[in-house]
Write a protein that binds this ligand. Structure first.
Ligand SMILES: [Zn+2]
Length: 259
């Protein structure tokens, strides 16, 4: 049974046509067929896709939040699919890469915003905030917000930290700089709408099995616990090794595993 007043917030990256990854990391790229299947599962469960931005002031038990990080060009297709399903989503983009190969253009973002999609900040550059000085962190938050608001004529008040990495009490910094909330990579469900400034998300990867997706949408308790333990183990590995070493080790392990 779904817990009352909890929202499942999904985190996507690229959503690509079969065999066309382009510049997207294949591990994070979901296929269009997978995406449509997932939208179908949500509709079958009597739920609808929605943006975090629309749910912040007005929680809806019948909503599943869809978020997308990195501004991959394929997100324009995903936005249309969400629109066709009668919903919307949040698109967290890096302002430094807008219009560069593999990424959404300003024009595409303008169209998406006009169609009711929520366009939000993933920083100016894709830099891990816990590697930066407090001044640099503020720059990432301010510059991206100002650019998006100025060029798209929209309000930007959600932030997703690149790689989910953030310094301690980061949500307070974000709120001070005009953001309403942070969509992190912490695993869990979104409880306590309105008060929660650090919104957990569940990453949908290329190899996310349909059964697992269904358990997340159903908000299965033991599945959530398992995912949280896994995330805690990964996070402590990052803390112990530091970001650069952790990335090196992860790449090495993936190579060993033949991926
Ligand atoms: Zn990212």
């Amino acid at each position: 049974m779904r817990a009352a007043q909890s929202t499942t917030v999904l985190m996507y990256h690229a959503v690509v046509a079969a065999g066309e990854h382009g510049l997207a990391d294949p591990r994070y790229a979901v296929s269009r067929a997978q995406f449509l299947h997932q939208l179908g599962d949500i509709a079958a469960a009597g739920l609808r896709p929605a943006s975090v931005a629309s749910l912040l002031p007005q929680p809806d038990r019948a909503a599943v939040a869809f978020t997308f990080d990195d501004g991959h060009e394929s997100n324009a297709w995903a936005a249309q699919a969400l629109l066709d399903a009668g919903g919307s989503g949040d698109f967290f983009v890096n302002t430094a890469t807008i219009g560069t190969p593999g990424h959404l253009s300003w024009e595409a973002l303008r169209d998406m915003a006009a169609a009711g999609m929520s366009i939000q900040s993933h920083g100016h550059h894709h830099r891990y905030l816990d590697d930066l000085t407090p001044f640099e962190v503020e720059q990432e938050l301010q510059r991206s917000k100002a650019l998006l608001e100025d060029r798209l004529g929209i309000r930007v008040d959600l932030f997703a930290p690149p790689g989910g990495r953030m310094p301690a009490s980061f949500d307070r910094t974000a709120v001070r700089l005009g953001y309403r909330a942070v969509c992190s990579s912490r695993v869990g469900l979104w409880h306590n709408h309105g008060a929660a400034r650090d919104i957990p998300r569940l990453a949908i990867l290329a190899d996310t099995a349909p059964a697992q997706f269904a358990r997340w949408v159903r908000q299965d308790g033991s599945e959530m616990l398992q995912q949280r333990l896994r995330y805690a183990a990964l996070a402590s590995g990052k803390r112990l090794l530091g970001n650069a070493n952790y990335e090196r080790m992860r790449r090495g392990l993936l190579r060993l595993a033949g991926r």
